[in-house]
Design a protein around this ligand. Structure first.
Ligand SMILES: [Mg+2]
Length: 262
């Protein structure tokens, strides 16, 4: 008689079997847009900020122009203040000086900063399926860690706010935002964990920051969360051979299941 497994027990068994067959000793997850929703949440906050700016705009100025400048300035300051509320105040301050937007006064700057500080402290929603994956890895006793391109306070805060992600606390490797999240950071993590890249699985959504560095350090088992589409290569990047493509983390367990023929 075949034992009927509950979906949860089934997922744990899939993770256990998949990792055992491949000799996996560590699972490395990216955080933003892999486990938690980030991009569209930040996008909404941008739009709200632009509404605040728009409300104070004098006649003859176009919010589209501010939007374009805002993007340029954000890019320039990104490395210095990434994932920190200060970035937004700095961006608008630059706009005021460089673009002649006198209407962006101290009062508006303070309100914009407060607005983005709220984003910094909020808990964006978990990506669908993230809880099941983290819980299944935990119950299958596969060690996990997070490699994230953000400052430690941001990463810890975001993980702590979601109870199902808490098993990852104490295993977060924040990469200094001023440094590229790439081979160097990944090698440091592997050295710290004393684990062979061949015994590691990596799960992330960025081709440039997750998939390619993981491939370059010699990780064979890579799941690329590509949201169902091939990203246009930014710098001529190509998807390395053998990378497993899944639309979202909710497909991870099923993809593993198919690979072990369960
Ligand atoms: Mg990401």
């Amino acid at each position: 008689m075949t034992e009927i497994l509950s979906p949860e027990k089934d997922s744990v068994e899939v993770v256990r079997q998949w990792t055992t067959e491949r000799g996996i000793e560590l699972a490395i997850f990216d955080l933003d847009d892999t486990l938690i929703e980030t991009n569209h949440v930040v996008g909404e906050w941008f739009d709200k900020a632009l509404c605040m700016v728009n409300a104070k705009m004098p006649d003859g100025k176009d919010i589209k122009e501010v939007k374009i400048k805002f993007k340029e300035e954000q890019g320039k300051l990104y490395d210095r203040y990434h994932n920190h509320p200060r970035i937004w105040g700095e961006v608008f301050k630059h706009l005021r000086y460089l673009g002649g937007y006198e209407f962006i006064d101290d009062d508006l700057l303070a309100r914009l900063e407060a607005h983005f500080a709220e984003l910094y402290h909020m808990a964006p929603a978990l990506v669908s399926g993230a809880s099941e994956v983290v819980t299944s890895f935990k119950n299958a006793k596969v060690p996990m860690c997070v490699l994230t391109h953000s400052n430690p306070a941001y990463a810890m805060g975001k993980v702590w706010r979601h109870e199902t992600l808490r098993p990852l606390l104490g295993n977060i490797y924040p990469v200094d935002p001023s440094i590229e999240k790439g081979v160097f950071a990944l090698k440091a993590l592997l050295t710290d964990r004393k684990v062979d890249p061949k015994k590691t699985v990596y799960i992330g959504d960025s081709l440039r920051n997750d998939v390619i560095p993981a491939h370059q350090v010699g990780i064979n088992e890579i799941f690329w969360i590509n949201k169902g589409k091939e990203w246009p290569p930014v710098g001529g990047e190509v998807v390395p051979n053998g990378v497993h493509k899944i639309a979202g983390i909710w497909e991870l367990i099923d993809a593993m299941k198919a690979q072990i023929g369960m």
